[in-house]
Design a protein. Structure first.
Lengths: 341, 816
């Protein structure tokens, strides 16, 4: 009785555990970086080919496993000596397992080659939006030659319009990958690579660097915002206008602007109308960003202050030095930067 | 009728393990001892790499974890990968199993060049220690096991970490090349009489092809590393964009090595599995011939697939498609192997040993790794997978679940032969199940993580990416696996201390190593066996009559009756030479004068090896037992060496050609090279080859004096050639073309300079011979020593003709 109950208990516990594990396990495919969430034509091409190959892989695996299991546990009487078989090769079998895989491989090779060419058009498709992507240790810079815009770490593109990326690097090799929008390509110094894709659905997408690029390779992430065409146009307009600071009405912001202008910030950062540094990210509209520092922090005043106080602590090896500002100065500075919408 | 071989050969009173004291291991040249040393060293490094892996897994168990710093994590994954590839799997496959099993399987008393074998081991050990010693000087290397340029340039990776990595790999490469050359010659030339290629045990086939791959694959790596070292030490720009070069060059050179390397790691494993499965299924290997051809084919194709590591670098659709096709093609011979193993199992009569279990797990896990490999072969899929944990899962399935599992199968299989003790099967079971379950727990979920977008080589990740569950799971799995490996150690110690004594043939084996005592006597075979079929020992035991045991025949060489057999004498020069080489490396990172001392030691040790045996250089003698072999091993060895050297020059020339015309500033070849002067020195060098022929003729006639004089004359012409080169370099230098000036400068000086270095070595070689002849050390019967010097000299001349035509003449002709 008691045993039965506890057994029942155990069973339900195991079942609950298993289903929880299953749920937790499958969650991995629902993450913001999952390759199974398809949001562009490029990603769809990859996924379809993956699915096709995956099915064949399963079948091939079975053709190995089933005979193995049969041979090991079913065919052989496991007692008594077995006659030494002198079959050392059967030509029809050997022909079969040479030719069949070859045919399967050919059936994979045809779409592979078609897509390989299709995904790498020799020239940008007409009407495509061109975006220059420049990898830096350890952040991303996005330039829109068409709109004369530069923005760090957060890329905005309109849904439904083909985007033609030009990938470059300012230092070492990086890899540009936003899984839901499609495959990666490396950003290589002295070499321009391309990705062509058409985003399908507005939303926020995650991206990351996929080529080991030194100490903070793990901290080189980015976001892609696919906007509706209207929102995109509005975003462009906002970015093109000079940063709207509230300097006039907020003394804290005003003081922050003064700190920025006097501190070494200006040697590396651009704020339109204020400074022209180009080593670090353009901060003209940093207040409108969702994330900071290679998209590893969400953009809150605390995080901003933390970063400015000691970048090294947030991102090991960060190329921005700690500037030795006092907490009050940092407070002003944060207020100023957050006001740059 | 087969040679009568006793089923249970009486234990030799002195076996290879017991003879001599502990110090004798330092000077040993016995392939079995060298194999044991390789095995122990690799095992120790596996512990180290495993420790690094566990630390990484703890760090990754949770998002935003702080167990390891970014810096330490990067050092650990770099050294974990480098160690597992270069210090564990490769030396286990070739150095350990190759030495332990291969010579016994072909019925040889040792490898072709026993001292070279010891040398390979010592260079391997010192190279490995050298690389890890960077730990004491500011940290371990941290640019990844494939060390992508331009991150490895000094500007991006200052300090000496990466110097240790690059120079360490150069040293290890020498060890690999020498070891492979040795095995290649051994297998080609020293098989027992009657053992044709198609009667060779399949393991030997795999070692043969893997050795060829090492000889072919390491020269491009060496060249790539030389460029890296030059960039870091001499300020050249082979991999940086400053002078118009591209970091992609490194990727081509590295993967031109790297993919064949994957098969260097896998082929010995295939070989072991092809021995273990038939043995414990009590059936011959299915499709022996197809297996042998598949092995060779895999080796061949593996040289044309390197681009599949570079689909994300933007090679363009044509190259992408070509590499996709060649990579998919390699799946076919691999499939043949897998299906042949399965067919071998079909209706087998199984003996469920631990070794067999490991072999079965290998087949499944390797197949899984192979199937994901087919996905990476297709660029559209690969672009979603490369650089992610999917790749980490893939290569751990082929290398860990594949090669490592096969090596564990092999370890259990040959352990009784090697140590003379049986392993405890119970401990073996625990070891197997924990390792197997732990392995799959660790690495199977990495497929999910990769598809879920987790990049590899990240020391941390944010929360909310849905990766937490499986990462924790993987970490737990890693500890299960580590516990399993712990049981391997326990089982080994238990066997050595308490294990029952092993009979000569515990598994009722099929190949020759089981025909001799366990552990084998120093000389292996009292009598070199004659082979009449494949599975030679099986045939000796059972004849051609399946299931019918031939009545046992009493041993002719019963206890006490030990025949007088010549075995190679121990030598102290290998360890000395390797130490000298390590000093060269230390000098490069510390104080250049140490390098000079190292070079001196290397030179003296080489001379020592050359003249150590009074009979060296004589034609094979009956007394040494070499006369039963069809060729002179030393000649085969020399030609093999020259073949590998040509590939070294091919890589240098390839780089020169690839960078030609990419210069940002002049002057380049067209403007600066002078044909008349170089034509003259070319003529001088060609004449020297002629004199070399005369010198050799002199020694062969026994006219030492004439021979010596011609040698001096040859070396003299060599010096004139070098003088011409020095003059030319000096002139260019003053015209502003320094090593760092432009691409032309660096590729030209490197190519021509390396050739010059070879001429210099040749001159030293010839002078050494000439001076030795004063002491009567090069008598007529040792003219072979001069012949080798001559071969080398002619080779260097031929290389010069190629360089002269490609670098000097072509531009003048086509560019006019
Ligand atoms: C206990 C067993 C093992 C564990 C837990 C383990 C774990 C790991 C981890 C965590 C990484 C780093 C992945 C990354 O950050 O990208 C890694 C990389 C690697 N592992 Fe293992 N590993 C194990 C065994 C092996 C074996 C047997 C091999 C066989 C050769 C191997 C070869 C490699 C290589 C080549 C790398 C890549 C290093 C690099 O990216 O430069 N590992 N492993
Ligand atoms: Cu990066
Ligand atoms: Cu490969």
């Amino acid at each position: 009785m008691k045993l039965k109950a506890s057994l029942g208990c155990l069973r339900s516990a195991i079942l609950a555990g298993l289903s929880a594990a299953c749920l937790a396990g499958c969650e991995v495919f629902n993450g913001p970086l999952s390759t199974f969430i398809i949001r562009s034509d490029f990603a769809r091409d990859s996924y379809r080919l993956f699915r096709y190959t995956f099915i064949w892989d399963c079948i091939i695996l079975l053709t190995v496993l089933v005979p193995m299991v049969l041979a090991l546990f079913w065919l052989t009487p496991r007692t008594g000596p077995q006659e030494q078989e002198h079959v050392e090769g059967t030509s029809w079998l050997e022909a079969a397992w040479t030719i069949t895989p070859a045919l399967i491989l050919i059936s994979m090779a045809i779409p592979t080659i078609r897509l390989t060419f299709q995904n790498q058009p020799p020239t940008p498709p007409p009407g495509a939006l061109r975006v220059r992507v420049i990898g830096h240790q350890w952040w991303w810079e996005f330039q829109y030659p068409e709109y004369h815009l530069t923005t760090p770490d957060e890329l905005h593109i309109p849904a439904g319009r083909t985007v033609y990326f030009d990938l470059e690097s300012a230092d070492v090799i990086h890899g540009f990958w936003a899984p839901q929008l499609g495959g990666k390509r490396d950003a290589i110094p002295g070499h321009v690579n391309h990705i062509v894709l058409t985003p399908e659905k507005p939303g926020e997408y995650y991206g990351e660097c996929t080529q080991y690029c030194g100490l903070s390779h793990a901290n080189m992430r980015f976001r892609v915002y696919v906007d509706t065409p209207e929102n995109f146009a509005a975003w462009v307009k906002q970015q093109q206008s000079a940063p709207a600071t509230a300097a006039g009405n907020d003394p804290k912001v005003e003081a922050g602007a003064a700190v920025f202008a006097a501190a070494p910030c200006v040697t590396c950062h651009t704020i339109e109308g204020v400074s022209k540094g180009y080593i670090g990210p353009n901060l003209s509209h940093i207040g409108s960003h969702q994330t900071l520092a290679g998209s590893i922090l969400s953009n809150t005043p605390e995080n901003m202050a933390k970063w400015i106080r000691n970048p090294e602590e947030v991102k090991p090896g960060a190329q921005m030095p700690a500037l030795g500002l006092d907490p009050v100065q940092i407070d002003y500075l944060v207020a100023y930067l957050e006001s740059l919408k | 009728m087969a040679v009568a071989v006793p089923k249970e050969v009486v234990k030799a009173r002195e076996n290879y393990l017991t003879e001599g004291g502990l110090l004798s291991w330092l000077v040993t040249v016995d392939h079995k001892r060298i194999g044991v040393m390789y095995g122990l060293t690799s095992l120790a490094f596996m512990g180290l790499a495993g420790f690094e892996a566990l630390a990484m897994r703890i760090q990754l168990a949770q998002p935003n974890n702080h167990f390891l710093s970014a810096d330490l994590y990067n050092q650990f994954f770099t050294m974990h990968g480098t160690t597992m590839i270069f210090l564990v799997i490769m030396p286990l496959g070739l150095g350990f199993f190759g030495n332990i099993a291969m010579p016994l399987q072909i019925g040889a008393r040792d490898v072709a060049f026993p001292r070279l074998n010891a040398l390979s081991y010592w260079i391997f050990l010192f190279g490995a220690l050298f690389m890890y010693s960077s730990f004491l000087f500011g940290g371990l290397p941290d640019a990844g096991w494939f060390g992508y340029a331009n991150l490895t340039e000094r500007f991006f990776t200052p300090g000496s970490r990466e110097d240790f990595w690059a120079i360490g790999l150069l040293i290890l490469g020498i060890s690999s090349i020498l070891g492979a050359l040795n095995f290649f010659v051994t297998i080609v030339n020293m098989r027992a009489p009657g053992m044709t290629f198609m009667r060779m045990p399949i393991f030997v086939w795999n070692i043969l092809v893997a050795s060829v791959l090492v000889l072919v694959a390491f020269p491009p790596l060496t060249v790539g590393l030389v460029f890296l070292v030059m960039d870091r030490f001499l300020g050249t720009h082979f991999y940086s964009t400053v002078a118009g070069a591209t970091p992609i060059l490194w990727q081509h050179l590295f993967w031109l090595f790297g993919h064949p390397e994957v098969y260097i790691l896998a082929l010995p494993a295939f070989g072991i599995i092809s021995e273990v499965i038939p043995c414990f299924s009590r059936k011959p290997l299915f499709g022996y011939a197809a297996m042998a051809y598949a092995t060779a084919l895999i080796g061949f194709i593996s040289y044309g697939v390197w681009g599949h590591h570079m689909f994300a670098t933007g090679m363009g659709p044509i190259a992408d498609a070509a590499f996709a096709l060649s990579t998919m093609a390699i799946a076919i011979p691999t499939g043949i192997k897998v299906y042949s193993w399965v067919a071998t199992l079909w209706r087998g009569n199984f003996v469920w040993t631990t070794s067999f279990l490991y072999a079965l797990a290998f087949v499944v896990q390797f197949t899984l790794g192979g199937l994901t490999g087919v996905m990476h072969a297709q660029p559209p899929i690969d672009l979603q997978q490369t650089g992610s944990y999917f790749i980490v899962a893939h290569f751990h399935y082929v290398l860990g679940g594949g090669s490592l599992f096969a090596f564990l199968a092999g370890l259990y299989y040959w352990w009784p032969k090697m140590t003379g003790r049986m392993m405890n099967e119970k401990l073996g079971r625990i070891n197997f199940w924990l390792t197997c379950i732990g392995f799959n727990m660790t690495f199977f979920p990495m497929h999910f993580l990769g598809l879920g977008g987790m990049p590899r080589r990240i020391y941390t990740y944010g929360a909310g990416l849905h990766w937490d569950f499986w990462n924790m799971f993987c970490t737990i799995g890693a500890f299960v696996m580590a516990t399993g490996i712990l049981f391997l150690l326990i089982a080994m110690v238990e066997s050595l201390t308490r294990g029952p004594e092993a009979p000569a043939d515990p598994w009722d084996g099929r190949t020759l190593e089981w025909s001799i005592p366990s552990p084998p006597p120093v000389y292996n075979f009292a009598e070199i066996p004659h082979v009449h079929s494949k599975d030679a020992f099986w045939e000796m035991k059972y004849g051609n009559n399946p299931g019918h045991k031939v009545p046992e025949v009493a041993a002719e060489h019963e206890a006490g009756h030990v025949p007088h057999i010549h075995v190679p004498a121990p030598s102290m020069f290998p360890i000395l030479l390797a130490a000298g080489l390590a000093l060269c490396g230390i000098g490069a990172v510390a104080w250049l004068r140490i390098t000079l001392v190292g070079l001196l030691i290397v030179y003296l040790a080489i001379v020592g090896i050359g003249f150590e045996y009074p009979t060296y250089g004589e034609h094979p003698s009956k007394e040494r037992g070499d006369d039963i072999y069809p060729l002179d091993s030393r000649k085969v060895g020399m030609w093999t060496f020259i073949g590998s050297e040509s590939l070294f020059f091919a890589s240098l020339i390839g780089t020169y050609m690839a960078y030609k015309g990419r210069d940002l500033i002049g002057p380049t070849a067209k403007e600066i090279l002078e044909i008349p002067l170089t034509s003259f020195s070319t003529f001088v060098l060609l004449m020297s080859s002629l004199l070399m022929v005369l010198a050799l003729a002199g020694f062969e006639r026994g006219d030492i004096k004439a021979g010596r004089n011609w040698l001096f004359a040859t070396a003299g012409l060599g010096c004139i050639f070098l003088g011409g080169q020095a003059y030319e370099f000096n002139k260019f230098y003053h015209e502003g073309v320094t090593l760092q000036h432009n691409l032309f400068g660096q590729t030209f000086y490197t190519l021509v300079g390396f050739h010059g270095l070879h001429v210099l070595l040749g001159v030293i070689w010839l002078l050494t011979l000439a001076f030795a002849s004063f002491k009567d050390m090069v008598p007529k019967k040792r003219a072979l020593a001069v012949e080798f010097g001559g071969l080398y000299w002619h080779f260097v001349d031929i290389v010069w003709i190629v360089i002269f035509s490609l670098v000097y003449l072509m531009d003048k002709v086509t560019g006019a």
